[in-house]
Design a binder for this molecule. Structure first.
Ligand code: KIV
Length: 306
C-alpha cells in the first residue's frame, strides 16, 4: 500500500524508534533540506531524517536559525518527502518548528504543527524547550501530531543562552535538564534531542526515560545520534565543532571538481567529442545581411537533433 507520494507502507514509525531503544539498537538520524540529499541519505539507510531549521545557516547563509519561517520549513520538508519517496526509503521524517511558530500560543503552535504535517509531509515535528512547553506538546499530541523535544543547547534561544555553548555543566542546570526531559516525556513527546550537554548527564537522562534520546554533542550513551549532513560530509572546513565527525571531505572534492571543470572550459577540453550531438539532417539556411523580421522560419540551423 502506498500512503503518500509513492512512499512505502512500512515507514519507520515512532513506535519502531521506541522498540529500537528497548532492544538497544542505536538510531541514526541526519538532516536533509532538499530532495537530492533526502534520496541519498534514504538510500544510505538512515533511520530518521530531520528537516532542521539549521537550514537557516546551512542553506540560507544566516548566522542563526532565527530568520527561518514556517513557510520555509514547509517548502523544504515537502522536497525532502519527495526525495525519500523517490528512494523508496523507510526513514521516519521529522520537521523543525521554526522560531516564532510555536512560542506565542498553544493554538498557533498546534496550527503550525498541523501545517508542517499536512503540507510538508513530515510525520512528526520537533520543538525546542523544556517544561515550559508541556501544554503545547500535549495539545499537539492530542491533535495527532507526534512531537520530538529538544533540550540542552537550543539554538533558537542563542541570545538567551549567550552563545552556542555546552549546557548543563553545573549540578543545578543538569538537574533542571533532567526535570525538563521527564516533563517532555510525561507530556507525550516520543523522543528528545539532547544537544551539547555533558556525556554523564546524557547517560543519566537516557537511563531515566522510556523514550529514545537522540544526541548531538551529548556522547555515546544516547539512544541515537543526529548530525547535520553538511557537517558529516565535511562541506565547510571553517566549521569544526568538537562533536562533529567528518566522514568525507566533500568541500575539497567539490572545489577540486569545479576547479577542473573551469580549467577544461577555459582550455577547450570540455565539451569533448563524447559530449556532443551530431545530426545528418541538419540543413543550413543562409542568413542574408538585411534579413527582415517577418520571415517565416528563423535563420540558422534547422532540423531535429539526433
Ligand atoms: O536544526 C537542526 O539541524 C537540529 C539538529 C542539529 C538537532 O536541530
Amino acid at each position: 500500500m502506498s500512503t503518500q507520494s509513492g512512499a512505502p507502507a512500512r515507514r519507520i514509525t515512532i513506535h519502531e524508534l521506541r522498540r529500537m531503544k528497548e532492544r538497544g539498537e542505536k538510531i541514526a538520524v541526519v538532516t536533509a533540506y532538499d530532495a537530492t540529499a533526502a534520496r541519498l541519505v534514504g538510500e544510505a539507510g538512515v533511520d530518521a531524517v530531520l528537516v532542521g531549521d539549521s537550514l537557516g545557516m546551512v542553506v540560507q547563509g544566516h548566522e542563526s536559525t532565527l530568520p527561518v519561517t514556517l513557510d520555509h520549513m514547509v517548502y523544504h520538508s515537502a522536497m525532502v518527502r519527495r526525495g525519500l519517496a523517490r528512494a523508496g526509503a523507510r526513514a521516519h521524517l521529522v520537521g523543525d518548528l521554526p522560531f516564532g511558530s510555536y512560542q506565542a500560543s498553544a493554538d498557533e503552535a498546534v496550527k503550525a504543527a498541523m501545517r508542517l504535517v499536512a503540507e510538508g509531509g513530515v510525520e512528526a515535528v520537533k520543538l525546542e524547550g523544556g517544561a515550559d512547553y508541556v501544554e503545547v506538546i500535549r495539545r499537539m499530541v492530542r491533535a495527532g501530531v507526534p512531537v520530538m523535544g529538544h533540550i540542552g543547547l537550543t539554538p533558537q534561544s542563542v541570545h538567551k543562552l549567550g552563545g552556542y555553548v555546552v549546557q548543563g555543566k553545573d549540578a543545578e542546570r543538569a538537574q533542571a535538564l533532567l526535570r525538563d526531559a521527564r516533563a517532555l516525556e510525561a507530556a507525550g513527546a516520543y523522543a528528545i534531542v539532547l544537544e551539547c550537554i555533558p556525556t554523564e548527564l546524557a547517560r543519566i537522562i537516557t537511563g531515566q526515560l522510556g523514550i529514545p534520546t537522540i544526541g548531538i554533542g551529548a556522547g555515546p550513551s544516547c539512544d541515537g545520534q543526529v548530525l547535520v549532513l553538511t557537517d558529516l560530509l565535511g562541506m565547510d572546513k571553517s566549521f569544526t565543532p568538537k562533536f562533529v565527525k567528518r566522514y568525507a571531505e566533500l568541500g575539497d572534492a567539490v572545489a577540486g571538481a569545479v576547479g577542473r571543470y573551469v580549467a577544461e572550459v577555459k582550455d577547450r577540453a570540455f565539451p569533448a567529442e563524447e559530449h556532443v550531438f551530431h545530426s545528418s539532417a541538419v540543413r543550413l539556411v543562409p542568413v542574408p545581411d538585411d534579413a527582415e523580421d517577418d520571415r517565416e522560419e528563423p535563420p540558422g540551423v534547422m532540423g531535429a537533433p539526433v
